[in-house]
Design a binder for this molecule. Structure first.
Ligand code: DOR
Length: 443
């Protein structure tokens, strides 16, 4: 069994076959409609409409789904999510977080280790996997990301071998950047021994200390302490130099500013083993969104200047980034409904991610192929996650997306436990209308 496969209980009967017809798979061409045949959790065939020869058995037993007017996507991967369990179940738990993921089009989510207790022991990793198997036995899949250092304190390496064996697919100190470069270097080397990647939250803790937003025109106007972009870029540069020196890969989390984009372009040109992610909000919003002192838009790294937004957009459209991630970070109202300087960083993103990024496709900022690479094949290659490419034998993980359906972001439409999103009350365009994982309909 592949480590990222779902555990399918042999006592649980597999779903009947499915014949899905008239679907447009956007990255395979916008004009040709296709039919998909699924049997026993796997894709059996995918061909232009009318091109699949059905056996008598398939013709009689398959459930027929007409996908006319909808886009068909393979289930996406979110390589950077905070599901908050164990310890912060009042914000989100594994059941509600995976539920939101299913509605967002995600078949796999990688859950960060800044839980309570921190995911720095195999018992926490196993607990997370057991909860996911209990509440979502048919997916979405949860892949734990282990802590890089004990308690995320940055002083002592976490037991990565034990964590990898328990099921951690990567390691990160997300939320608590590692300042000690000696420790960070050892972590990169040790993780590589286990065939795992380090995901680095790039931030100089001294430059970022006490900041509640980006340092720039808005922070100056508002009288709020800001974090300079160089706080991120310094660590990006550090990681690039380390990666080259060690000849080992390092993955850069949630990149938000021009300087980082330029450094990553330099590193990639030199063939350094750096990969990088950004989030939809670093393209959709800028620092001026905080000028109403609205903590729902407070996030780490912070929303940057319009110039940074342009640079990140350019990086995405030129294919510099390897993936989008949501950085889904739920917080409760009693935490977020506070003045900017008292509220925690982060907002939810699992259910707004695809509508926002499909909007970028609509605006011509990125192609359908880039979109799918960034939510699907990019993270699959980098983290070794099996995906559906609509080839025979692939896992039957896919969803239908109505690109024109408009919906209001609200308590009624979201499935996450928390509501902390700067898009609350806004109307977005595009919605997942049905989702199958392993050939089984999950929403
Ligand atoms: O805004 C953020 N929130 N950034 C992080 O890196 C951590 C996250 C959280 O856990 O809330």
């Amino acid at each position: 069994m592949h480590p990222t496969d779902l555990h399918i209980d042999p006592a649980d009967p597999s779903p009947s076959g499915i014949l899905l017809t008239n679907a447009i798979i956007p990255f395979l061409g916008k004009t040709i409609t296709r039919d998909i045949l699924v049997r026993e959790n796997r894709v059996v065939a995918c061909a232009p409409t009318g091109g699949i020869e059905l056996s008598a058995d398939d013709a009689s037993s398959s459930l027929r789904v007409d996908a006319t007017g909808k886009l068909l996507f393979p289930s996406l991967i979110d390589a950077h999510t905070h599901l908050r369990e164990p310890g912060f179940e009042y914000k989100e738990d594994i059941a509600s977080g995976l539920h939101a993921a299913a509605y967002g089009g995600f078949g796999t989510v990688m859950a960060m280790g800044n839980t309570r207790p921190v995911n720095d022991t195999s018992s926490v990793t196993r607990y997370m996997l057991e909860k996911a198997a209990l509440y979502h036995p048919h997916g979405p899949r949860l892949l734990p990301v282990g802590a890089l250092t004990v308690g995320l304190k940055g002083a002592e390496l976490a037991p990565m071998g034990e964590l990898a064996e328990a099921g951690c697919v990567a390691f990160s100190n997300d939320g608590r950047p590692v300042t000690n470069t000696e420790i960070f270097r050892r972590a990169v080397e040790y993780a590589a021994q286990w065939g795992r990647l380090v995901i680095d939250h790039c931030e100089d803790e001294f430059l970022a200390k006490g900041a509640h937003m980006n340092e720039g025109e808005s922070s100056a106007r508002m009288g709020v302490k800001g974090q300079p972009t160089v706080a991120e870029a310094l660590h990006v540069a550090r990681d690039i130099l380390l990666s080259e020196y060690l000849d080992l890969p390092i993955h850069l989390a949630h990149i938000s500013c021009r300087q980082s984009v330029e450094l990553i372009a330099f590193a990639k040109k030199r063939g350094i083993k750096i990969t990088a992610e950004t989030c939809p909000h670093y393209l959709a919003l800028d620092e001026t969104r905080l000028e109403r002192y609205d903590a729902s838009a407070k996030v780490s790294p912070p929303l940057r200047s319009p110039e940074d937004v342009l640079a990140v957009k350019k990086g995405v459209s030129e294919g510099l980034f390897d993936m989008f991630v949501t950085d889904h970070a739920p917080h409760a109202p009693h935490e977020k409904d506070h003045p900017l300087n008292e509220s925690p960083n982060g907002f939810i993103g699992l259910e707004t991610a695809l509508p926002l990024t499909w909007g970028f496709v609509r605006q011509g900022l990125l192609s359908e192929q880039t979109l799918i690479r960034m939510w699907h094949s990019g993270p699959s290659e980098i983290f070794g996650i099996r995906i559906n490419t609509f080839m025979p034998g692939d896992p039957a993980d896919f969803f239908l997306f109505d690109p024109d359906m408009e919906w209001k972001v609200s308590r009624e439409t979201l499935h996450s436990k928390s509501l902390n999103t700067p898009f609350l009350g806004q109307t977005l365009r595009g919605k997942v209308t049905a989702h199958w994982i392993g050939g089984r309909r999950i929403i």
